[in-house]
Design a protein around this ligand. Structure first.
Ligand SMILES: Cc1cc2nc3c(=O)[nH]c(=O)nc-3n(C[C@H](O)[C@H](O)[C@H](O)COP(=O)(O)OP(=O)(O)OC[C@H]3O[C@@H](n4cnc5c(N)ncnc54)[C@H](O)[C@@H]3O)c2cc1C
Length: 364
């Protein structure tokens, strides 16, 4: 479904928004009904919101209570990602109870056939996708088998990982990302990473990973030969998915990875200015790698931006250094704060939103 939404990241954003909107509507539902009882008695209104002997109502109360708890955890707490992900799965239970409530309550849905058919289809679709994705994902979701070939430290906090296929090879476009599970104790959580190797070599998959938390900090101790499960590829962050061949690419820190994959694939039709904002020696090492690619390709110009010396890169500076921004597509990948700030600055410079493409390294 990525094509309809412009990539998995954008689907997550929309999912977040529809989830929050549905939640607000659902909160109004019992409140309006209780309001109806208030006309007769406050006690009756309060009792209406509490579980009773009427099971269809209890299912509704249970669904709403689960949703309230889980969405508070989502929107207002900063749970460790795997804990949050497990908790979020229980929304399937809220959906199931909500379905039971809707069908057995015997009101609008029961008396309106088209609405009933619509709700039955929607509920079945929801439950089937939930069972596929969240309950039996280990068996049902298609994954590729790879093996860990090499782990090279590129500096204090960055490692480059090479994976070799054990059977079918994943077919990816430069700029896409995958979910990776290493089948070694302590590493079986699935995490998303951009493919940093060129799409011209579909066999040796490379990932370049910065230590940002518990999981990414211990990757250097992975054992060579470990079996790896890969899901994907995902994402629509591709310089080919736009009109202008004259483009600005901006990488912030480890956000350089999709550009490492894209840079070797650009042909004579394109003209790219790639701005690399970096702070650490490992990022500098990756910048050197890109500079080597640029020496063999006149269509690619690398502009290095050591943020610790020059401060934050500004849209105005980019406009000046790249002789204007008219009729250019802009691709940004980096920390969420950098993305937000640069997008705002480009929009202020009257760059149409559709020309600004971004890849966020977060799915929350
Ligand atoms: C599309 C995409 C591409 C990415 N590409 C790269 C890359 O090329 N190189 C790189 O170094 N990093 C990349 N990341 C970021 C990387 O996935 C996170 O840094 C890593 O998952 C953090 O895990 P942690 O447990 O070490 O850190 P934590 O401190 O536990 O997590 C830091 C943040 O990472 C996110 N995160 C954590 N676990 C997961 C998970 N299982 N699934 C999804 N998000 C999670 C959450 O937003 C969390 O708040 C990418 C992320 C996305 C979404």
């Amino acid at each position: 479904m990525e094509d309809y939404f412009g990539g998995l990241n954008k689907m997550y954003v929309l999912h977040h928004l529809t989830g929050a909107t549905a939640f607000v509507f659902l909160l109004f539902h019992p409140l309006f009904l209780a309001g109806h009882y208030i006309l007769f008695s406050l006690r009756q209104a309060a009792l209406f919101l509490l579980p009773s002997g009427h099971w269809p109502i209890n299912f509704g109360i249970a669904a709403l209570a689960i949703m309230i708890i889980l969405l508070i955890l989502t929107f207002y707490t900063n749970l460790h990602y795997p804990v949050w992900k497990t908790s979020h799965r229980f929304l399937g239970l809220a959906f199931f109870f909500g379905g039971l409530h809707a069908f057995f309550i015997g009101s609008d849905i029961a008396s309106n056939l088209p609405l009933k058919i619509y709700m039955v289809i929607l509920t079945i679709l929801g439950l089937v996708t939930f069972i596929y994705r969240s309950v039996f994902h280990k068996i049902l979701v298609k994954k590729f088998n790879y093996q860990l070939e090499q782990v090279i430290p590129l500096g204090e906090k960055v490692v480059e990982i090479t994976l070799k296929p054990q059977g079918k090879t994943i077919q990816f476009e430069a700029g896409q990302f995958i979910f990776v599970e290493f089948l070694q104790k302590g590493f079986t959580e699935s995490h998303p990473f951009s493919i940093s190797s060129s799409s011209t070599d579909q066999t040796n998959l490379k990932l370049t990973i910065k230590a940002l938390g518990d999981y990414t900090s211990k990757l250097a101790i992975l054992k060579i030969g470990t079996k790896v499960k890969i899901e994907g590829p995902f994402g629509r962050f591709s310089y080919k998915n736009c009109h202008n061949k004259n483009q600005i690419w901006i990488a912030g820190g480890i956000g350089i990875t999709p550009f490492l994959s894209m840079a070797p694939t650009i042909n004579d039709q394109y003209k790219i200015d790639l701005y690399c904002c970096f702070k650490t020696s490992a990022e500098n090492f990756l910048l050197n790698k890109l500079q080597k690619i640029a020496t063999q390709n006149n269509q690619l110009r690398i502009i290095s931006w050591p943020s610790n010396k020059k401060g934050r890169l500004k849209a105005e500076v980019i406009a000046e250094m790249s002789q204007g921004l008219n009729n250019k597509d802009i691709f940004i990948c980096g920390p969420p704060a950098m993305l937000k700030s640069l997008k705002k600055q480009f929009i202020k410079l009257k760059i149409p939103k559709k020309l600004i493409h971004s890849e966020e390294f977060t799915l929350l």
